[in-house]
Design a protein around this ligand. Structure first.
Ligand code: TRP
Length: 331
């Protein structure tokens, strides 16, 4: 069975875009692959979170992935910092990563531009840590978006350099993996691009949002003054609302509002009310599980421990072999 590894940024809560665009695929993948899903809390140190914020964001990610359907008995779900072998492999991999190529990475250049006062070495070597995350389990499939393509290429480069340096074929090449071919794009509520946390408070609907919050956000969604001819093409902000209906509502509801739009009788207030109620229904079971799991400290402790044990079993085997290959030998 092929191995899948994916790191989850431990910043912020899951919104509908994360859920329908990615997490639902993780839930399916866990039945078909040997999956390792981890919370990338070491990576998050580049921005110097406070201890309290660090812990609470790791907790909310863990809780929400479990609530969304990741099964700790099927997939290995763990917190990156619970597996010290990753940090050790990162040290070794740093010897195979050249400063020049790290400086040329687009994500590094973007971060430098965004935060010129915090260009730390951890930021520069972020792709090396990511390579260690993947190589430590010999993963060949990495479900990530387009923005991570360059990091994966670097992971292949570092693994290959290690292989060449030690005349071995130890590390396999990892590749980006699209589990589902028809990737669903979930638009935001601001009338422009996709749903995202960085597009402002009201653009994204979170799985943990209370029903009143969802209603308020949806009612504020951007619309226009209405169609002026029959069957006209929908402007982006209206198309976005229909795309959201398509995901959370029934086909009948979608057709109903689509017909009203095409005959110029649509009332956006009614459409939004329906959309909000259907979003609430679609997310209700997850929201209930989020609240239940977050309150169950014993369960969270058990899940994190089980994940760490399984991840360390795989990681420590790799580390033993890597140390042997490098030439660290017992006297
Ligand atoms: N860099 C990834 C992101 O920003 C997160 C990540 C860290 C990751 N380590 C990984 C993803 C290993 C896949 C595999 O989304």
């Amino acid at each position: 069975m092929e191995t899948v590894v994916s790191g989850i940024r431990s910043t912020g809560n899951l919104h509908l875009g994360n859920y329908y665009g990615a997490v639902q695929n993780f839930v399916k993948m866990q039945h078909e692959y040997n999956c390792y899903f981890f919370i990338a809390d070491l990576h998050s140190l580049t921005t110097h979170p406070t201890p309290v914020n660090l812990h609470s964001s790791v907790k909310s990610v863990l809780v929400e992935y479990l609530a969304a359907g990741i099964d700790p008995d099927k997939a290995t779900i763990y917190v990156q910092s619970d597996v010290p072998e990753i940090a050790e492999l990162y040290l070794y991999m740093n010897m195979n990563a050249y400063v020049g190529e790290l400086e040329r990475s687009t994500s590094f250049k973007d971060k430098v531009r965004a935060n010129p006062d915090n260009v730390n070495a951890g930021l520069l070597t972020y792709p090396v840590l990511m390579a260690a995350d993947i190589l430590i389990h010999h993963a060949t499939k990495v479900p990530v978006g387009k923005d991570q393509e360059q990091h994966l290429e670097m992971a292949r480069t570092f693994g290959n350099r290690f292989n060449r340096l030690y005349h071995t074929e130890y590390f396999k090449e990892p590749f980006a993996f699209n589990f589902s071919h028809n990737l669903i794009k979930i638009p935001g509520l601001d009338g422009k691009g996709k749903m995202g946390k960085s597009e402002g408070e009201n653009n994204a609907v979170y799985l943990a949002d209370a029903p009143e919050v969802i209603r308020k956000k949806v009612m504020r969604a951007v619309t226009d003054s209405g169609p002026t001819v029959e069957n006209q093409q929908k402007p982006e902000e209206i198309q976005n609302l229909f795309d959201l209906l398509k995901v959370v509502s029934t086909q009948d509801t979608y057709d109903h509002f689509n017909n009203l739009y095409n005959t110029m009788q649509v009332r956006y207030g009614d459409l939004k009310k329906q959309l909000a109620e259907d979003m609430i229904i679609a997310t209700e079971p997850i929201r209930e599980r989020i609240n239940a799991i977050a309150a169950d400290t014993d369960y969270l402790h058990k899940v994190a421990q089980l994940g760490a044990d399984k991840a360390r079993e795989s990681a420590s085997k790799t580390l033993r072999e890597v140390r042997e290959i490098i030439g660290f030998r017992k006297f």
